[in-house]
Design a protein around this ligand. Structure first.
Ligand SMILES: Cc1cc2nc3c(=O)[nH]c(=O)nc-3n(C[C@H](O)[C@H](O)[C@H](O)COP(=O)(O)OP(=O)(O)OC[C@H]3O[C@@H](n4cnc5c(N)ncnc54)[C@H](O)[C@@H]3O)c2cc1C
Length: 313
């Protein structure tokens, strides 16, 4: 696969680079290169203000259709956007799960009222999302999800019980999109549904998982009789696996590119440090750097390949 940039794409590159140079300064200069992996807790409030600033010029949901408030950029222009954002030191985006995953999935599968209710908060950078897929017994084997949701016909609400794990940014999220088992006794990828659940309620407990960096991007999230309205089911009951897989297609494509480009910035810093302090003379360190570079290059090609296959609406 080869990505070529047209003269129009290069003109777009110039526009976004100029916008970033003009805006990522003054009070926002302190956010440059901040908020990435291992630095998740830095400048959280300020980064939200930055995201809302981006939103005012419509730079948060660049791939969404214009009909739903996005810029409807082509894949190559989305790649350019992420490249320039990383090059300018754009801070880690707390809203990327909403903009890159929840939003595109709702556009593809949500009802009109779900789109009208949830998309504006993502576009303006005011509503944050997290992803409730993984469980202690459902990681690589995701179809082993055990968290249950039962529809209470009297209250008209889904009642959710179970545990999710590795839930990035759950502590900042207003909403969680979840893969849950709605058909009692079902197994594997059958009987699963895709549910939108408010995080700020008594039945949801968030416990941070501390990483070696001493920060905690991830959380364990416990659902004990948590509730959500019946109209927060996306698609049909039992369609959860299909919707969840389409969402993962978005995750593996353009949405991942931004993160990889931040990793590329970090690697650039490591190489500069290794050159300046003499560590680059050590053959084993050179090997490790080369391995990291190869890994990043492979990740980038995978993401570009997936991005081209991703569902378009
Ligand atoms: C940065 C990051 C952010 C994440 N954020 C979220 C999030 O927000 N929400 C969410 O739901 N999840 C999230 N995850 C979880 C992630 O997407 C995976 O589901 C999870 O990491 C894999 O599950 P596990 O940790 O239980 O590993 P396991 O499934 O236990 O796998 C452990 C190891 O065993 C190997 N393995 C497993 N099964 C087999 C097999 N049958 N044969 C051979 N080898 C096997 C795997 O390849 C792996 O090396 C995140 C992960 C990362 C790294």
């Amino acid at each position: 696969m080869k990505l070529r940039f047209t003269p129009e794409d290069e003109a777009f590159r110039h526009d976004i680079a100029c916008w970033l140079a003009r805006k990522l300064c003054g009070p926002f200069a302190q956010l440059k290169y901040r908020g990435g992996p291992g630095d998740e807790h830095s400048f959280v409030a300020e980064r939200k203000v930055w995201e809302q600033h981006m939103a005012r010029d419509n730079w948060l949901c660049v791939g969404w259709p214009k009909a739903w408030g996005g810029r409807e950029l082509s894949i190559s222009q989305q790649v350019i956007f992420h490249e320039e954002y990383a090059k300018a030191g754009g801070p880690g985006l707390l809203g990327h799960i909403g903009a890159g995953l929840a939003g595109p999935t709702l556009i593809a599968f949500g009802s009109d009222s779900q789109k009208q209710r949830f998309l504006p908060g993502i576009l303006t950078g005011e509503q944050y999302w997290c992803q409730g897929y993984s469980e202690p017994g459902a990681g690589s084997d995701l179809a082993n999800v055990r968290t249950k949701a039962e529809l209470d016909n009297k209250s008209g609400q889904w009642r959710i019980n179970g545990q999710k794990i590795w839930t990035s940014l759950a502590h900042e999220a207003d909403w969680c999109f979840m893969l849950v088992r709605t058909e009692p006794g079902s197994r594997g990828h059958k009987g699963l549904s895709f549910l939108l659940v408010p995080m700020k309620q008594a039945g949801v407990t968030i416990r941070p998982i501390q990483q070696i960096t001493a920060t905690s991007e991830f959380n364990e999230v416990f659902f004990d009789d948590a509730v959500t309205d019946s109209n927060n089911l996306v698609g049909q009951p039992g369609q959860g696996w299909h919707i969840a897989m389409v969402l993962l297609g978005f995750e593996r494509g353009v949405s991942t590119l931004g993160q990889q480009m931040q990793f590329a910035n970090e690697l650039k810093d490591i190489i500069a440090i290794a050159k300046s302090n003499g560590a680059a003379q050590d053959a084993s360190i050179r090997q490790r750097i080369a391995k990291a570079w190869s890994g990043l290059t492979i990740m980038r090609h995978h993401a570009l390949r997936h991005a081209q296959r991703t569902t378009r609406w």
